[in-house]
Design a protein around this ligand. Structure first.
Ligand code: 5AD
Ligand code: SF4
Length: 477
């Protein structure tokens, strides 16, 4: 739905931060006479998913979405704080919105998400022309905050909740391809990785009512969707207690329930934590054809001393053991990763351990970053950000080059294989070609023939590959 483009290994997220975010595009639905809102989202999939909740809340109170910023009465930006660059991008966008506001003084500007949470009221001091500051757990309050702003005051709510999961809100699917959708299954994070601002911006971990998740998946399937991605900062620690029976649902059980909604509904999930991913999850994946054989298992560093400083609570050996379990239980599973180059005190030798992990684990792709110190995090408080920027960049480039080579090898090994592919839409380059993904989350482009449409499953034999995409031809089995 949002083309997050894993076809560009390693640079996707950095690109996300440099471009103009992702405006929400959808048909102007019955907008006559209604106030209009425009929303741009930055950062992780969870933010995109949250924007759909925001859109739902606003449409309930009579706002209509628009894709044209200039015609909006309310301009919102859903922000990310994970790296400094992400915040810089948002600040630049706010300047653009503010220029617009000088021409249209009635327009309201709102900052949502992690940056709102991190900076709180400081935002209102620093960025004078922001009217609303709303943290990730306060979206239900948006209608009354808009009212406050309409009355000429600043609307701010950055209260973090221990319970909010927006379980009862049916997201307004935005910019949807009608085939794949996100389902948020939990919020927050309790892990306290030392580099990460997320526990501070998204609060404590909480799991959403399993029944509401399953029914959302059912509804999506009935509407024609064929793929859902279960989202959480750490899906493996999903844990929901049924208040009626007191029985506990874990992630493996939830996965099974969602997979059983329909065998034609593909199920994906993100993100897994190496300390928490269980063999039960792996066996559940293996048992259901429609649970995709793809795991995003961020390693962050391949070196045990650095992992300890990062407070990841596993070491290199533990991680390797999990990877071995994945390949043993699902030999055809693809694994991807997140890697941070140049964390505090990392030596050249320790960096080499991250390089070797890419080859060892045979990642199909990775998201790669250099370390960016975030104020208030345990690393910022206790460790010295002592790797010079030049070295961080050098190490990152080395990591990217290795991953590109490994991705290419991974993809070349698929030549001659036939995959079941879910058609997502026209390829980026041509309306004569379809694009879709295989179970391993690889994008495959192939010439159209016959009367297929997005949402159909087809079989495609791979003829060629580069490090980002497979090219193939339709086959009948
Ligand atoms: N600097 C660089 N990368 C970071 N990430 C999280 N915090 C930081 C930081 N301070 C990366 C991690 C995480 C991904 C979403 O972003 O790799 O898995
Ligand atoms: Fe951040 Fe770690 Fe939580 Fe991921 S698991 S969101 S990296 S604290």
């Amino acid at each position: 739905m949002y083309d997050n483009n894993p076809t560009l290994p390693g640079i996707r997220k950095e690109i996300d931060e440099n471009r103009q975010g992702e405006a929400i595009f959808f048909e102007d639905i019955h907008a006559d006479g209604k106030r209009k809102f425009y929303i741009e989202s930055y950062g992780c999939q969870m933010n995109f998913s949250d924007s759909e909740i925001v859109a739902s809340i606003l449409s309930e109170v009579g706002f209509a979405p628009t894709r044209i910023m200039e015609s909006a009465d309310l301009v919102l930006v859903n922000t990310c704080s994970i790296r400094e660059k992400a915040e810089e991008t948002v600040r630049k966008r706010l300047q653009v919105f503010n220029q617009l506001k000088t021409k249209n003084p009635g327009m309201l500007i709102g900052v949502l998400g992690c940056m709102a949470e991190r900076l709180k009221a400081k935002f209102l001091e620093e960025e004078k022309l922001v009217d609303l500051v709303v943290g990730p757990d306060a979206y239900r309050d948006l209608p009354s905050l808009v009212q406050t702003a309409d009355d000429g005051e600043k609307g701010i709510n950055v209260f973090l909740s221990r319970e909010e999961t927006y379980a009862d809100i049916s997201p307004l699917r935005l910019d949807s391809n009608g085939v794949s959708a996100f389902i948020s299954i939990m919020r927050g994070c309790d892990n306290m990785c030392s580099f990460c601002v997320v526990p501070f911006t998204r609060g404590r971990e909480r799991s959403r009512d399993a029944f509401s998740i399953i029914s959302e998946a059912q509804h999506l399937f009935e509407k024609g969707y064929r793929e859902v991605t279960l989202l959480g900062q750490n899906v493996d620690s999903y844990k929901w207690t049924n208040p009626e029976t007191n029985s506990v649902v874990n992630f493996a059980q939830l996965l099974k329930e969602v997979a059983e909604v329909n065998s034609d509904l593909r199920v994906r999930f993100s993100t897994s934590h190496p300390k928490d991913i269980t063999d039960e999850v792996l066996h559940t994946m293996a048992a259901y054809e429609n649970i995709c054989k793809y795991i995003h298992l961020p390693v962050q560093s391949g070196n045990s001393r650095i992992l300890d400083l990062m407070n990841r609570t596993y070491d290199r050996e533990w991680y390797q053991n999990r990877v071995e379990a994945i390949y043993r239980i699902m030999p055809d599973c693809a694994i991807s990763s997140d890697i941070i180059a140049g964390f505090c005190t990392e030596t050249d030798e320790e960096h080499k351990d991250s390089c070797s992990m890419i080859e060892w684990a045979r990642y199909s792709m990775s998201y790669m970053f250099y370390y960016s110190e975030r104020p208030g995090t345990p690393a910022a408080k206790k460790l010295v950000d002592d790797v010079p920027l030049e070295i961080k960049k050098e190490r990152l480039n080395e990591i990217i080059a290795i991953q590109n080579r490994v991705s290419l090898q991974h993809n070349l090994a698929d030549i001659g294989k036939t995959f079941k592919v879910l058609i997502e839409g026209d390829s980026r380059k041509s309306s004569e070609e379809w694009k879709g993904r295989n179970s391993q989350n690889k994008m495959i482009v192939f010439p159209k023939s016959g009367s297929h449409k997005p949402g159909d499953y087809v079989y495609v034999k791979v003829r060629d590959a580069n490090s980002a995409t497979l090219l193939g031809d339709l086959v009948t089995l």
